[in-house]
Design a protein. Sequence first.
Length: 224
Amino acid sequence: MEKRKETAKKTRSWKQDPEAVRADILRAARAEFSKHGLSGARVQEIADQIQTSKRMIFYYFGDKEGLYRAVLEEAYKSIRKAEAELDLDGLPPVDALRRLVEFTFDHHRANPDFIRLVMIENIHGARHMQSIETLTRTNTAAIEQIERICDMGQKLGVFRKDISPLVIHWQISAMSFFNVSNQATFAINFGDALFSEKAQLDLREKVVKSILASVVVEDVETGQ
């Protein structure tokens, strides 16, 4: 009897806060999709995780692919929001770029589920992302942020004139992504020496210096 009352109370609470329901579904779905992929994920498992029904999930997202697209959209929105909150526009360009690289390396390392989602969507040829109307606008912000850093660096004479914000973003993403996406196979092939806490901090610094070396004019001190 008490269990039914508790369930009813929870249901009433969710009805009063539909955004909380949606957030709970997305959180559970992100874990399920990143672990099992689109094909292997089970909507019933997602429903069980948050004590709701498949019907409730479909009410919010239409179907399984709609839920998957929403998870992708939210994952990219989350990282872009976190990048914006770095408030890099107030920093000197070298410091701003360093902070962005550090953030990306740390974010990817702390969010392997995001990396797996991106890998899964690449397996699908990014066809689901193509139908997410907001995604281009969301991700354009990442390039615009680097453009502002580059513009300031060039105006101050500390960044080279031939640098490309898009290439810089690619470089940052590539090194930060590979560190997570290929960790298991890399460790099997070459050992796990690079994946201790100290080794990861050292590797992050090498990534930072690599990016800075590609954009900063040779006679500018980049710091530690």
